[in-house]
Design a protein around this ligand. Structure first.
Ligand code: COA
Length: 344
Protein backbone atom coordinates (compact mmCIF):
# COMPACT_ATOMS: atom_id res chain seq x y z
CA UNK A 1 0.00 0.00 0.00
CA UNK A 2 1.37 3.42 -0.92
CA UNK A 3 1.78 5.93 1.86
CA UNK A 4 2.43 9.64 1.83
CA UNK A 5 6.19 9.18 2.08
CA UNK A 6 6.62 6.07 -0.09
CA UNK A 7 8.58 6.56 -3.30
CA UNK A 8 6.33 6.42 -6.33
CA UNK A 9 6.78 6.75 -10.04
CA UNK A 10 8.19 10.01 -11.30
CA UNK A 11 10.93 10.14 -8.68
CA UNK A 12 13.77 9.67 -11.16
CA UNK A 13 15.04 12.38 -13.55
CA UNK A 14 13.57 10.43 -16.41
CA UNK A 15 9.78 10.43 -16.53
CA UNK A 16 7.39 8.49 -18.74
CA UNK A 17 5.06 10.68 -20.80
CA UNK A 18 2.08 9.77 -22.95
CA UNK A 19 3.15 10.68 -26.50
CA UNK A 20 0.31 9.14 -28.55
CA UNK A 21 -3.20 7.79 -28.04
CA UNK A 22 -5.30 5.31 -30.03
CA UNK A 23 -8.61 3.53 -29.75
CA UNK A 24 -11.04 1.05 -31.27
CA UNK A 25 -14.82 0.98 -30.93
CA UNK A 26 -17.02 -1.70 -32.51
CA UNK A 27 -19.70 -0.30 -34.80
CA UNK A 28 -22.75 -2.00 -33.30
CA UNK A 29 -24.67 0.12 -30.77
CA UNK A 30 -26.69 -1.59 -28.04
CA UNK A 31 -29.14 1.07 -26.87
CA UNK A 32 -31.29 1.23 -23.76
CA UNK A 33 -34.29 0.69 -26.05
CA UNK A 34 -32.68 -2.56 -27.28
CA UNK A 35 -32.19 -3.68 -23.67
CA UNK A 36 -35.87 -2.97 -22.93
CA UNK A 37 -36.65 -5.74 -25.41
CA UNK A 38 -34.24 -8.17 -23.68
CA UNK A 39 -34.81 -7.73 -19.92
CA UNK A 40 -37.26 -6.03 -17.55
CA UNK A 41 -35.72 -2.56 -17.57
CA UNK A 42 -36.33 0.89 -19.01
CA UNK A 43 -34.37 3.76 -20.49
CA UNK A 44 -35.24 6.16 -17.67
CA UNK A 45 -33.99 3.75 -14.94
CA UNK A 46 -30.74 3.06 -16.76
CA UNK A 47 -30.04 6.73 -17.51
CA UNK A 48 -30.79 8.03 -14.02
CA UNK A 49 -29.10 5.17 -12.11
CA UNK A 50 -26.00 4.84 -14.35
CA UNK A 51 -25.81 7.67 -16.93
CA UNK A 52 -25.60 5.16 -19.80
CA UNK A 53 -27.56 5.57 -23.06
CA UNK A 54 -25.81 3.05 -25.30
CA UNK A 55 -22.75 0.80 -25.50
CA UNK A 56 -20.73 -0.70 -28.36
CA UNK A 57 -20.77 -4.46 -28.93
CA UNK A 58 -18.30 -6.50 -31.00
CA UNK A 59 -20.81 -8.71 -32.80
CA UNK A 60 -18.30 -10.76 -34.81
CA UNK A 61 -17.76 -14.00 -32.84
CA UNK A 62 -14.46 -14.60 -34.60
CA UNK A 63 -12.97 -11.41 -33.11
CA UNK A 64 -12.22 -10.55 -29.50
CA UNK A 65 -10.04 -8.39 -27.24
CA UNK A 66 -6.79 -8.99 -29.18
CA UNK A 67 -8.44 -7.72 -32.37
CA UNK A 68 -9.64 -4.53 -30.67
CA UNK A 69 -6.30 -4.00 -28.90
CA UNK A 70 -4.47 -4.49 -32.21
CA UNK A 71 -6.63 -1.87 -33.90
CA UNK A 72 -5.96 0.57 -31.04
CA UNK A 73 -2.21 -0.16 -31.23
CA UNK A 74 -2.20 0.41 -34.98
CA UNK A 75 -3.89 3.77 -34.50
CA UNK A 76 -1.28 4.75 -31.88
CA UNK A 77 1.57 3.83 -34.22
CA UNK A 78 -0.06 5.56 -37.21
CA UNK A 79 -0.59 8.89 -35.43
CA UNK A 80 3.19 9.28 -35.03
CA UNK A 81 4.27 7.12 -37.99
CA UNK A 82 6.17 4.86 -35.61
CA UNK A 83 8.01 1.74 -36.78
CA UNK A 84 6.55 -1.19 -34.77
CA UNK A 85 10.02 -2.72 -34.55
CA UNK A 86 11.00 0.18 -32.21
CA UNK A 87 8.42 -0.82 -29.58
CA UNK A 88 10.13 -2.37 -26.54
CA UNK A 89 7.17 -3.65 -24.50
CA UNK A 90 3.47 -4.33 -25.13
CA UNK A 91 1.24 -4.39 -22.05
CA UNK A 92 -2.44 -5.29 -22.45
CA UNK A 93 -4.74 -4.80 -19.45
CA UNK A 94 -7.79 -7.05 -19.78
CA UNK A 95 -10.15 -9.37 -17.90
CA UNK A 96 -11.39 -10.78 -21.19
CA UNK A 97 -8.23 -12.13 -22.83
CA UNK A 98 -8.81 -14.09 -26.06
CA UNK A 99 -7.71 -17.14 -24.06
CA UNK A 100 -5.98 -17.75 -20.72
CA UNK A 101 -2.72 -18.13 -22.60
CA UNK A 102 -0.95 -17.14 -24.72
CA UNK A 103 -1.32 -13.59 -23.45
CA UNK A 104 -3.46 -11.25 -25.55
CA UNK A 105 -0.44 -8.91 -25.53
CA UNK A 106 1.56 -11.55 -27.44
CA UNK A 107 -1.19 -11.77 -30.07
CA UNK A 108 -1.09 -7.97 -30.43
CA UNK A 109 2.73 -7.94 -30.54
CA UNK A 110 2.62 -10.39 -33.45
CA UNK A 111 -0.20 -8.64 -35.32
CA UNK A 112 1.42 -5.21 -35.25
CA UNK A 113 4.90 -6.54 -36.05
CA UNK A 114 6.52 -5.41 -32.80
CA UNK A 115 9.31 -7.89 -33.47
CA UNK A 116 11.64 -6.56 -30.78
CA UNK A 117 9.07 -6.26 -27.97
CA UNK A 118 8.30 -8.49 -25.03
CA UNK A 119 4.66 -8.61 -24.05
CA UNK A 120 2.39 -9.54 -21.18
CA UNK A 121 -1.19 -9.18 -19.95
CA UNK A 122 -2.23 -7.29 -16.85
CA UNK A 123 -5.23 -8.35 -14.78
CA UNK A 124 -6.60 -5.72 -12.41
CA UNK A 125 -10.16 -5.45 -13.75
CA UNK A 126 -11.30 -1.82 -14.04
CA UNK A 127 -7.97 -0.63 -12.59
CA UNK A 128 -6.03 -2.57 -15.22
CA UNK A 129 -5.11 0.45 -17.32
CA UNK A 130 -4.16 2.61 -14.31
CA UNK A 131 -1.92 -0.10 -12.83
CA UNK A 132 -0.57 -0.98 -16.29
CA UNK A 133 0.33 2.66 -16.90
CA UNK A 134 2.33 2.74 -13.66
CA UNK A 135 4.10 -0.49 -14.61
CA UNK A 136 4.89 0.77 -18.10
CA UNK A 137 6.11 4.09 -16.70
CA UNK A 138 8.50 2.37 -14.33
CA UNK A 139 9.96 0.34 -17.20
CA UNK A 140 10.72 3.64 -18.96
CA UNK A 141 12.03 5.28 -15.79
CA UNK A 142 14.43 2.39 -15.26
CA UNK A 143 16.28 3.66 -18.32
CA UNK A 144 16.13 0.24 -19.95
CA UNK A 145 13.22 0.88 -22.34
CA UNK A 146 12.25 3.72 -24.68
CA UNK A 147 8.81 2.83 -26.04
CA UNK A 148 6.08 1.00 -24.13
CA UNK A 149 2.54 0.44 -25.38
CA UNK A 150 -0.11 0.23 -22.65
CA UNK A 151 -3.51 -0.84 -23.94
CA UNK A 152 -6.78 -1.53 -22.13
CA UNK A 153 -9.03 -3.92 -24.05
CA UNK A 154 -12.18 -5.70 -22.96
CA UNK A 155 -14.85 -7.61 -24.83
CA UNK A 156 -17.22 -7.46 -21.87
CA UNK A 157 -20.11 -8.79 -23.97
CA UNK A 158 -18.31 -12.17 -23.93
CA UNK A 159 -18.81 -12.51 -20.15
CA UNK A 160 -22.11 -10.63 -19.74
CA UNK A 161 -25.35 -12.46 -18.94
CA UNK A 162 -27.96 -10.76 -21.12
CA UNK A 163 -30.74 -12.17 -18.93
CA UNK A 164 -29.38 -10.39 -15.80
CA UNK A 165 -30.72 -6.84 -15.80
CA UNK A 166 -28.48 -5.76 -12.95
CA UNK A 167 -25.28 -6.24 -14.99
CA UNK A 168 -26.14 -6.39 -18.71
CA UNK A 169 -27.08 -2.71 -18.81
CA UNK A 170 -23.63 -1.66 -17.61
CA UNK A 171 -20.97 -3.07 -19.91
CA UNK A 172 -19.65 -2.49 -23.43
CA UNK A 173 -16.74 -3.53 -25.66
CA UNK A 174 -13.76 -1.34 -26.62
CA UNK A 175 -10.00 -0.95 -26.62
CA UNK A 176 -7.81 2.11 -26.19
CA UNK A 177 -4.27 2.80 -25.18
CA UNK A 178 -1.22 5.01 -25.11
CA UNK A 179 2.43 5.08 -26.08
CA UNK A 180 4.83 5.90 -23.23
CA UNK A 181 8.20 7.49 -23.99
CA UNK A 182 10.86 9.20 -21.84
CA UNK A 183 10.47 12.89 -20.97
CA UNK A 184 12.57 15.23 -18.82
CA UNK A 185 9.73 17.04 -17.08
CA UNK A 186 6.25 15.85 -18.11
CA UNK A 187 4.49 12.53 -17.67
CA UNK A 188 3.42 10.32 -14.79
CA UNK A 189 4.65 11.94 -11.60
CA UNK A 190 2.78 10.27 -8.74
CA UNK A 191 0.41 7.39 -8.03
CA UNK A 192 -1.61 6.00 -5.14
CA UNK A 193 -2.68 2.43 -5.79
CA UNK A 194 -4.56 0.03 -3.52
CA UNK A 195 -6.04 -3.45 -3.39
CA UNK A 196 -8.39 -5.15 -0.93
CA UNK A 197 -8.86 -8.82 -1.75
CA UNK A 198 -11.32 -9.29 1.11
CA UNK A 199 -14.13 -8.19 -1.20
CA UNK A 200 -13.22 -10.08 -4.35
CA UNK A 201 -16.47 -12.03 -4.27
CA UNK A 202 -18.60 -8.88 -4.67
CA UNK A 203 -17.46 -8.46 -8.28
CA UNK A 204 -16.08 -11.47 -10.10
CA UNK A 205 -16.26 -14.05 -12.87
CA UNK A 206 -15.94 -17.22 -10.79
CA UNK A 207 -15.72 -19.83 -13.54
CA UNK A 208 -13.05 -20.71 -16.07
CA UNK A 209 -9.95 -20.49 -13.88
CA UNK A 210 -8.10 -23.31 -12.12
CA UNK A 211 -10.52 -23.30 -9.15
CA UNK A 212 -13.63 -23.81 -11.26
CA UNK A 213 -12.48 -25.03 -14.67
CA UNK A 214 -15.15 -25.10 -17.36
CA UNK A 215 -17.64 -27.93 -16.87
CA UNK A 216 -21.37 -28.55 -17.29
CA UNK A 217 -21.71 -27.52 -13.64
CA UNK A 218 -19.98 -24.15 -14.12
CA UNK A 219 -21.98 -23.43 -17.27
CA UNK A 220 -25.30 -24.40 -15.64
CA UNK A 221 -24.48 -22.20 -12.64
CA UNK A 222 -23.62 -19.26 -14.98
CA UNK A 223 -20.17 -19.05 -13.41
CA UNK A 224 -18.58 -17.75 -16.63
CA UNK A 225 -20.53 -14.50 -16.43
CA UNK A 226 -19.83 -11.34 -14.43
CA UNK A 227 -21.38 -11.52 -10.99
CA UNK A 228 -21.77 -8.28 -9.08
CA UNK A 229 -23.38 -7.14 -5.83
CA UNK A 230 -24.07 -3.67 -7.20
CA UNK A 231 -25.08 -1.84 -4.05
CA UNK A 232 -22.03 -2.61 -1.83
CA UNK A 233 -19.67 -2.21 -4.81
CA UNK A 234 -21.20 1.22 -5.43
CA UNK A 235 -20.63 2.27 -1.81
CA UNK A 236 -16.98 1.20 -1.83
CA UNK A 237 -16.37 2.76 -5.27
CA UNK A 238 -17.76 6.16 -4.26
CA UNK A 239 -15.61 6.50 -1.16
CA UNK A 240 -12.42 4.82 -2.39
CA UNK A 241 -12.18 6.74 -5.67
CA UNK A 242 -12.79 10.08 -3.98
CA UNK A 243 -10.32 9.20 -1.17
CA UNK A 244 -7.62 8.29 -3.71
CA UNK A 245 -8.13 11.55 -5.61
CA UNK A 246 -8.06 13.62 -2.41
CA UNK A 247 -4.88 11.83 -1.34
CA UNK A 248 -3.02 12.46 -4.58
CA UNK A 249 -4.12 16.11 -4.63
CA UNK A 250 -3.08 16.65 -0.99
CA UNK A 251 0.34 15.08 -1.30
CA UNK A 252 1.08 17.12 -4.44
CA UNK A 253 -0.35 20.34 -2.94
CA UNK A 254 -2.89 20.61 -5.73
CA UNK A 255 -6.13 22.56 -5.55
CA UNK A 256 -9.00 22.18 -8.01
CA UNK A 257 -7.56 25.14 -9.97
CA UNK A 258 -4.38 23.17 -10.67
CA UNK A 259 -6.20 20.17 -12.19
CA UNK A 260 -7.18 20.55 -15.85
CA UNK A 261 -9.24 17.34 -16.02
CA UNK A 262 -10.36 14.46 -13.87
CA UNK A 263 -10.14 11.27 -15.97
CA UNK A 264 -12.28 8.76 -14.08
CA UNK A 265 -13.05 5.12 -14.78
CA UNK A 266 -16.55 5.07 -16.28
CA UNK A 267 -18.59 2.65 -14.14
CA UNK A 268 -21.47 4.87 -13.06
CA UNK A 269 -22.09 8.59 -13.64
CA UNK A 270 -23.15 8.98 -10.01
CA UNK A 271 -19.75 7.67 -8.81
CA UNK A 272 -17.97 10.09 -11.17
CA UNK A 273 -20.10 13.03 -9.98
CA UNK A 274 -19.40 12.26 -6.31
CA UNK A 275 -15.65 12.08 -6.96
CA UNK A 276 -15.63 15.36 -8.92
CA UNK A 277 -17.66 17.05 -6.19
CA UNK A 278 -15.18 15.97 -3.50
CA UNK A 279 -12.34 17.39 -5.63
CA UNK A 280 -14.26 20.63 -6.23
CA UNK A 281 -14.13 20.23 -10.01
CA UNK A 282 -16.91 21.60 -12.28
CA UNK A 283 -18.51 19.33 -14.91
CA UNK A 284 -16.50 20.77 -17.79
CA UNK A 285 -13.27 19.59 -16.15
CA UNK A 286 -14.44 15.97 -15.90
CA UNK A 287 -14.10 13.53 -18.77
CA UNK A 288 -17.39 11.63 -19.11
CA UNK A 289 -18.33 9.38 -22.05
CA UNK A 290 -20.15 6.64 -20.17
CA UNK A 291 -23.36 7.76 -21.89
CA UNK A 292 -22.00 6.53 -25.24
CA UNK A 293 -19.90 3.50 -24.31
CA UNK A 294 -20.98 2.18 -20.89
CA UNK A 295 -18.35 0.49 -18.75
CA UNK A 296 -15.62 -0.92 -21.00
CA UNK A 297 -13.51 -2.01 -17.99
CA UNK A 298 -9.78 -1.57 -18.83
CA UNK A 299 -10.53 0.66 -21.83
CA UNK A 300 -12.46 3.47 -20.12
CA UNK A 301 -9.58 5.77 -19.08
CA UNK A 302 -7.58 5.65 -22.36
CA UNK A 303 -10.87 5.99 -24.26
CA UNK A 304 -11.46 9.26 -22.39
CA UNK A 305 -7.91 10.41 -23.21
CA UNK A 306 -8.63 9.67 -26.87
CA UNK A 307 -11.94 11.54 -26.87
CA UNK A 308 -10.45 14.62 -25.16
CA UNK A 309 -7.01 14.49 -26.83
CA UNK A 310 -7.71 17.44 -29.15
CA UNK A 311 -8.47 19.67 -26.15
CA UNK A 312 -5.35 18.75 -24.18
CA UNK A 313 -2.37 21.10 -23.97
CA UNK A 314 1.25 20.65 -22.93
CA UNK A 315 1.47 20.96 -19.16
CA UNK A 316 -2.16 20.12 -18.39
CA UNK A 317 -2.36 18.24 -15.11
CA UNK A 318 -4.70 15.24 -15.21
CA UNK A 319 -5.88 13.12 -12.30
CA UNK A 320 -6.68 9.60 -13.49
CA UNK A 321 -8.70 7.42 -11.14
CA UNK A 322 -10.30 3.98 -11.08
CA UNK A 323 -12.12 1.47 -8.91
CA UNK A 324 -12.85 -2.12 -9.85
CA UNK A 325 -12.93 -5.82 -9.10
CA UNK A 326 -10.38 -7.14 -6.67
CA UNK A 327 -11.08 -4.68 -5.16
CA UNK A 328 -8.48 -2.53 -6.90
CA UNK A 329 -8.40 1.26 -6.96
CA UNK A 330 -6.25 4.34 -7.06
CA UNK A 331 -5.34 7.65 -8.65
CA UNK A 332 -2.45 8.87 -10.78
CA UNK A 333 -1.11 12.32 -11.60
CA UNK A 334 -0.21 12.73 -15.27
CA UNK A 335 1.17 15.92 -16.83
CA UNK A 336 0.27 16.00 -20.53
CA UNK A 337 3.25 16.33 -22.87
CA UNK A 338 1.90 17.61 -26.19
CA UNK A 339 -0.71 19.91 -27.70
CA UNK A 340 -3.87 18.31 -29.07
CA UNK A 341 -4.72 18.50 -32.76
CA UNK A 342 -6.92 21.57 -32.48
CA UNK A 343 -4.39 23.51 -30.40
CA UNK A 344 -3.52 26.68 -32.27
N1 COA B 1 -33.76 -1.88 -14.57
C1 COA B 1 -34.74 -1.61 -13.69
N2 COA B 1 -34.65 -1.89 -12.37
C2 COA B 1 -33.51 -2.46 -11.93
C3 COA B 1 -32.45 -2.77 -12.79
C4 COA B 1 -32.62 -2.46 -14.16
N3 COA B 1 -31.66 -2.70 -15.07
N4 COA B 1 -31.45 -3.30 -12.09
C5 COA B 1 -31.87 -3.35 -10.81
N5 COA B 1 -33.11 -2.84 -10.71
C6 COA B 1 -33.94 -2.68 -9.53
C7 COA B 1 -33.52 -3.63 -8.42
O1 COA B 1 -34.15 -4.88 -8.58
C8 COA B 1 -34.01 -2.89 -7.21
O2 COA B 1 -35.38 -3.10 -7.06
P1 COA B 1 -36.03 -3.29 -5.59
O3 COA B 1 -35.74 -2.01 -4.88
O4 COA B 1 -37.46 -3.51 -5.88
O5 COA B 1 -35.30 -4.46 -4.99
C9 COA B 1 -33.80 -1.42 -7.55
O6 COA B 1 -33.71 -1.38 -8.99
C10 COA B 1 -32.54 -0.83 -6.97
O7 COA B 1 -31.49 -1.74 -7.20
P2 COA B 1 -30.04 -1.45 -6.72
O8 COA B 1 -29.14 -2.59 -7.08
O9 COA B 1 -30.02 -0.99 -5.31
O10 COA B 1 -29.72 -0.22 -7.69
P3 COA B 1 -28.53 0.78 -7.60
O11 COA B 1 -29.03 2.14 -7.45
O12 COA B 1 -27.46 0.32 -6.66
O13 COA B 1 -27.94 0.67 -9.09
C11 COA B 1 -26.05 -0.35 -10.16
C12 COA B 1 -27.41 -0.58 -9.54
C13 COA B 1 -25.46 -1.69 -10.59
C14 COA B 1 -26.19 0.58 -11.34
C15 COA B 1 -25.13 0.31 -9.10
O14 COA B 1 -25.22 -0.41 -7.91
C16 COA B 1 -23.69 0.41 -9.48
O15 COA B 1 -23.32 1.17 -10.37
N6 COA B 1 -22.80 -0.31 -8.75
C17 COA B 1 -21.38 -0.14 -8.89
C18 COA B 1 -20.83 -0.55 -10.21
C19 COA B 1 -19.36 -0.37 -10.15
O16 COA B 1 -18.85 0.67 -9.80
N7 COA B 1 -18.61 -1.40 -10.39
C20 COA B 1 -17.20 -1.34 -10.16
C21 COA B 1 -16.45 -1.04 -11.33
S1 COA B 1 -16.76 -2.15 -12.63
Amino acid sequence: MASADSPAVGTSDRRAAVTAVGHFLPEHRLTNADLEQMVDTNDEWIRTRTGIRERRILKDDSKASAFMATEAAREILATRDIDPATIDVVIVATVTPDMLFPATACLVQNEIGATNAWAFDFSAACSGFLFGLTTGAQLIESGRYERVLVIGADKMSAITDYTDRSTCILFGDAAAGVLLEPHDTHGLSDVVHYADGAHGDLLCQPGGGSLNPPSHRTVDAKMHYIQQEGRPVFKYAVTRMADACSEIMARNNLSADDVRYLVPHQANKRIIDATAKRMGLPDDQVMVNIDRYGNTTAATIPLCLHDWEAKLRTGDQLVLTSFGGGFTWGASLLTWAYDGADAA
